[in-house]
Design a protein around this ligand. Structure first.
Ligand code: UFG
Length: 325
């Protein structure tokens, strides 16, 4: 079984490549290394390139018989998407359509898509289930929702089956310490807190303590990246079994506040972790928690690393081992 992993050199993609290889799949990674690292790919074939490049894509599809495509190559910064929407629509939408069209042309009919909680916008209720209205409030969220809608049309018209996995807050690192989060710039809470713990960053800024939550800081649903990879594996099995297209929300169903994350990180690392209070960051909802019963019921997904301390401990091992690379 040969799988094309687009963006396999990135944070979540690299954990997926490892899971696929462990499962006996043959992996071809296509990545332009704009946000990924060649040394994060633990095996299989690597092709340097961009999904905007149709002639490259057609050569890749002509020379491999893929059972499915997994797509992790997108821009993910909400704030940047507001300032540079074109970058997000070009890559996350237009280039993705280019990839889908190539799949249709070569009759590759199974696609697993990295979607996001950002498609829901400001939550109308929590935990957020799959039926929650989709009202993205920034170009990043809109770019992902556009692709989800295109996928429904591609299924109806071309029989292209897809699974959309809407990540809540991906975090942690490979429990064996082989790979982890290396965004540049880093904007995510847990790696930033751990950089403040290791001394790589002076302090962690807490964006708002006046939210309507028990301690006033925002609540998020952190999901271990290895559990995310497992969900993709199950989604792949689902499509390979000839089942229908679907979309799942993916989180642990537990919310932790920014302050709770900092406290847990102090506990796990034994470091003080200096904090500074800041104004709210624009566009941050107070509480984002997933209702993931659907993927549990339908695909049998069970998070193995739901414990926040474990998520932080694995990220800490990566932070202290990678030394800032
Ligand atoms: N935060 C801080 N200080 C920091 C960084 C973050 O207080 O230095 C806070 C944020 O304000 C937020 C929480 O920590 O309340 C989590 O922030 P992250 O940036 O780690 O994650 P987000 O919840 O903003 O974003 C995640 C994904 C996005 C996705 C979004 C869905 O990373 O890709 O969820 O809304 F779009």
């Amino acid at each position: 079984m040969k799988i094309l992993v687009v963006g396999g050199a990135g944070y979540i993609g690299s954990h997926m490549v490892k899971r696929l290889i462990q499962g006996g799949a043959e992996v071809v990674t296509l990545d332009n290394l704009s946000g990924g690292y060649r040394d994060a790919i633990c095996g299989g074939t690597f092709i340097y390139g961009d999904i905007a490049d149709s002639s490259l894509l057609s050569r890749v599809f002509a020379s491999h018989d893929f059972a499915a495509v997994m797509h992790f190559a997108s821009y993910i910064q909400v704030g940047e998407s507001v300032i540079e929407p074109a970058k997000y629509y070009q890559n996350n939408v237009s280039n993705t359509l280019n990839l889908l069209d190539m799949m249709v042309a070569f009759a590759v009919k199974r696609f697993i898509f990295s979607s996001t909680a950002a498609i829901f916008g400001e939550p109308q209720y929590t935990p957020i289930d799959e039926q929650h209205p989709k009202n993205p409030i920034n170009p990043y969220g809109r770019s992902k929702w556009m692709v989800e809608q295109a996928l429904a049309d591609y299924d109806r018209a071309y029989g292209l089956k897809s699974t959309c996995l809407r990540y809540f807050n991906a975090a942690g690192a490979d429990p064996d310490g082989e790979m982890g989060e290396r965004h540049d710039p880093e904007t995510h809470l847990i790696p930033l807190v751990l950089q403040a713990a290791s001394g790589r960053r002076e302090q962690i800024r807490v964006f708002g303590r006046d939210y309507d939550t028990p301690d006033g800081t925002c609540i998020r649903d952190y999901i271990h990246v290895t559990d995310l990879a497992e969900a993709h594996w199950l989604a792949l099995e689902h499509l390979l079994a000839g089942r229908d297209s679907c979309a799942f929300n993916l989180g642990n169903g537990n919310g932790f506040s920014v302050q709770e994350v900092i406290d847990a990180a102090r506990q796990v690392t034994g470091k003080t972790i200096p904090c500074a209070d800041e104004q709210r960051r624009s566009g941050d909802p107070a509480r984002l928690v997933a209702d993931s019963r659907s993927i549990r019921d339908q695909l049998g997904w069970q998070p193995r690393y739901a414990d926040l301390d474990k998520i932080i401990a694995d990220a800490w091992r990566w932070e202290t081992r990678s030394g800032g690379s």
